[in-house]
Design a protein around this ligand. Structure first.
Ligand SMILES: [Mg+2]
Length: 254
């Protein structure tokens, strides 16, 4: 059975940021229709925006709470919890299915980029948690986004254990050179594939684009054990065995 293991739903955090326990407990959550029928675990929030059909940015009204969530270390703590859960789950799956040889069985973990391997918190804080494409491009072209350390560590540990790592981002193909450069600058290297959104995929929503690319990977023989991302759309609509959802209190991309 395919399983999606999520932690911490994204975006609108009205209740989430104010009542989330200091140490999150992983519980079942409802991610909305896009991943219906998949068992998903999160950290207790069950927020309507997870089922939203249009992108959402949390905006200035929540800015103090969002800032506190990141600046206080809560986000980092939950990122660590999720990375640890992913590491354990993937290790167990490989033990059960690959006979200790993850490379030859093409066991693969897919990583998103923004708010997964790299953090744009500083950019969004500067815009009161709204979106500005030109500003975002400038921020990322200059590689001002730091690595999210627990996820980078997970990436490295999995890769060094023989698991294939694929990076899949909604960023446009046109950003490849500076996306690659920034990942490498932060020590995120040696991926099997770095997949960016091609011009022909520009009209797809994130769920359609990412599940389509996972389907293509599976057709090519990759066995996608898990997808790690900050959006349900990083792991909805199949072609994976588990999803791990990182916190994103700033925006939602369906
Ligand atoms: Mg992301």
């Amino acid at each position: 059975m395919r399983r999606i293991v999520f932690t911490l739903p994204a975006a609108i955090l009205s209740l989430a940021l104010f009542v989330a326990p200091a140490s999150a407990q992983v519980v079942p959550v409802d991610p909305g229709t896009s991943a219906a029928g998949k068992p998903i675990w999160g950290t207790g929030q069950n927020l309507p925006p997870l089922a939203a059909t249009v992108p959402y940015f949390v905006g200035p009204g929540f800015a103090p709470a969002v800032s506190d969530y990141y600046a206080s270390g809560k986000a980092l703590r939950q990122q660590k919890e999720i990375a640890a859960a992913a590491h354990a789950w993937v290790g167990n799956w490989v033990d059960d299915n690959c006979g200790g040889k993850p490379r030859s069985c093409k066991a693969t973990v897919v990583f998103d980029v923004d708010e997964t391997l790299l953090s744009n918190y500083a950019f969004y804080k500067g815009t009161d948690f709204t979106f500005d494409q030109d500003g975002w491009n400038a921020f990322n072209e200059a590689c001002k986004s730091p690595a999210i350390v627990p996820v980078r560590s997970l990436y490295t540990r999995l890769r060094e254990s023989g698991i294939r790592v694929v990076i899949m981002t909604g960023r446009a193909e046109a950003t490849r050179s500076w996306t690659e450069g920034c990942l490498e600058q932060h020590g995120i290297t040696k991926w099997d594939r770095l997949i960016l959104r091609s011009p022909s995929e520009a009209g797809l929503n994130a769920d359609e684009y990412k599940s389509g690319e996972r389907a293509a990977l599976e057709r090519a023989g990759y066995r996608i054990v898990a997808s790690i991302g900050d959006q349900v759309s990083d792991m909805s609509s199949g072609y994976l065995r588990a999803g791990f959802l990182l916190p994103n209190a700033m925006y939602l991309i369906p």
